[in-house]
Design a protein around this ligand. Structure first.
Ligand code: HEC
Length: 154
């Protein structure tokens, strides 16, 4: 199980251009990547996301890849329940927010905190600005899948 997770991780990482991920790229060389064909938003972070296509059923490869991102970059501030830590808990976040809104919150948090009323309301409640985590649009898309999974979608 653990090995499968590692492989999934290596496969997904192999898509991103970041040089620090070269090792993962090496490891995944030669294997076909499931994420490659399926992700529709290849642009880097910093561009406003206008539309995303939700897959049905969930793409479990993305859920697993995003679990690793969550553990390293989000877990310290966001629980998977409805309990607030630094930021709001993620339970039902996919029900109270549009996927595009979530994508922009993840990849364009500064823009959202400046321009979006709902994001500003959250900042008033949490009193901490969510930091820009340098998440690519591909990674953000995987995180949406992870949140949908956390909200019970199949
Ligand atoms: C240092 C703490 C911190 C980290 C790390 C962090 N966030 Fe946040 N996040 C916040 C805060 C605080 C808010 C509320 C808005 C604000 O105050 O800026 C927020 C809001 C959000 C929201 C909106 C939640 C809602 O209920 O509408 C999403 C989605 C989100 N974050 C995703 C992420 C993702 C994905 C990661 C990891 C890649 C992440 N955050 C990492 C602090 C954090």
């Amino acid at each position: 199980m653990k090995l499968k997770l590692l492989i999934t991780c290596a496969l997904s990482l192999s898509l991103f251009s970041c040089t620090s991920r070269q090792e993962a790229e090496e490891a995944a060389k030669g294997s076909p990547s499931p994420v490659d064909a399926a992700i529709e938003q290849p642009e880097e972070h910093g561009t406003e996301v206008k539309e995303i296509v939700l897959s049905n059923p969930l793409n479990m490869e993305w859920v697993e890849a995003a679990k690793i991102i969550y553990d390293t970059k989000c877990l310290s501030c966001h629980k998977l329940t409805d309990e607030k830590v630094v930021g709001p808990g993620w339970k039902d976040v996919t029900k109270r927010r549009q996927p595009v809104w979530i994508m922009n919150m993840i990849t364009n948090v500064d823009m959202m905190l400046e321009e979006d009323e709902e994001a500003q309301k959250l900042l008033e409640q949490c009193l901490v600005r969510m930091p820009n985590q340098n998440i690519s649009q591909d990674e953000a898309r995987q995180l949406i899948e992870f949140m949908r999974h956390n909200d019970g979608e199949k």
